[in-house]
Design a protein around this ligand. Structure first.
Ligand code: ATP
Length: 356
């Protein structure tokens, strides 16, 4: 495996810029997830790295070497696709060894490489099976084994899980993370799914409009989003974002909006602002020290079993709607009044420019 560097990587289509001067280094063995909304430039970035898409500007380095002029087949990267693209008429053994045979390696050499890869992926007992006789997870392992025998510099994944149902997606996430760690795979993984990004990445790179908005460890982005876009993108249900103003109050600055008056987050400057509050930071009951109080009326209740998601209207004339994520199944019925509290330390403030 090897490290990767994208330097000032740019791709234009006519007048529009799909990827705009992107700089990104991926360390040897690191799992980087490129995430963002549809059209933000994730796939174009991955394809430029893979050599499947020409660059308009900038360069791609793999293991310290400029590979920008090289075609895809000379970059020694493994692409894992959604369908895993196994050959249905070949056995697992033939699937894994196919590329080596094609490259002219001897039968014995190929067999040894296949056995080693199958051993590492714990699929040695499946070598004589056909792909249709495998579970989804086993197929994934075969696909990875088939890449590993070529000793690639890095693995690239483009939305590999988007066709799976929710339950399978969960187990595939665990499986990919485990393989990545076990094999020390340098990995760039593209997805629009913030859950995949949060759960799998060593580092999340969140893109929008062809640029990086913020990057860092998943919990750093979650707990300290740099701007409103990042705050709204990570987390489901999404962070509550309440537009208002920070103004002086008798006991220090307050955040005011539609009849609400809350202590402003520490250090937030006066002026127009958006207050952010994660749904899980809210809990039922009256406030204790260092907590804010929010009173409202219940609009909607979703019981998920282990937790309950409540939509409330708060503030003057119920002008502000708020989502709370409460443990357990207890919640008042629709239309009932409800008192909520949250630690002051859970409040985020974003300025008029959207920055934290
Ligand atoms: P998605 O999650 O929907 O796949 P993405 O983040 O991967 O989105 P890209 O596919 O990289 O986004 O596309 C980035 C931008 O470049 C989009 O606005 C897209 O319409 C545009 N684009 C991509 N490929 C082409 C092309 N061949 N010709 C013109 N525009 C393109």
């Amino acid at each position: 495996m090897a490290g990767i560097a994208l330097r000032n990587l740019t791709r234009r289509f006519g007048d529009s810029v799909a990827v705009d001067g992107l700089n990104l280094e991926i360390e040897d063995g690191e799992f980087v997830v490129l995430v963002g909304p549809s059209g933000c430039g994730k796939t174009t970035t991955l394809r430029m790295l893979a050599g499947l898409e020409p660059t308009s500007e900038g360069r791609v380095e793999i293991a310290g070497r400029d590979v920008t002029p090289l075609p895809a087949r000379d970059r020694n990267l493994a692409m894992v696709f959604q369908s895993y693209a196994l050959y249905p008429h070949m056995s697992v053994e033939e699937n894994i060894g196919f590329a080596l045979r094609l490259a002219g390696r001897s039968r014995a050499e190929t067999a040894a490489a296949v056995a080693a890869a199958a051993g590492r992926l714990e699929i040695g007992h499946l070598l004589s099976r056909r792909p249709r006789e495998l579970s989804g997870g086993q197929r994934q392992r075969v696909a990875v084994a088939r890449c590993i025998v070529r000793e690639p510099h890095a693995f690239l994944f483009d939305e590999p899980l988007s066709n799976l149902d929710a339950r399978l997606r969960g187990s595939a996430r665990v499986e990919i993370s485990r393989l990545q760690a076990q094999l020390g795979m340098t990995t760039l993984y593209v997805t629009h799914d913030q859950v995949e990004a949060m759960t799998m990445a060593h580092r999340i790179v969140l893109m929008e409009g062809g640029r990086i908005r913020q990057q860092g460890a998943p919990m750093d982005l979650y707990e300290r989003p740099a701007d409103l876009f990042v705050a709204g993108f990570l987390g489901a249900p999404a962070m509550n974002l309440i537009p208002g103003v920070i103004e002086p109050g008798p006991r220090g600055p307050v955040f005011a909006a539609a009849g609400l008056s809350l202590p402003a987050p520490l250090g937030a400057p006066e002026g127009p602002a958006t207050l952010g509050l994660r749904p899980e930071a809210l809990s039922p009951g009256d406030p204790g020290p260092g907590e804010i109080a929010l009173r409202g009326r219940v609009d909607h209740v979703e019981r998920l079993g282990a937790e309950t998601v409540v939509q409330l209207s708060v503030g003057e004339a119920g002008a502000i709607s708020l989502t709370a994520r409460l443990p357990g199944a207890a919640a008042p019925g629709r239309g009932a009044p409800m008192a909520l509290r949250a630690p002051v330390s859970a409040l985020h403030a974003f300025g008029a420019d959207g920055r934290r």
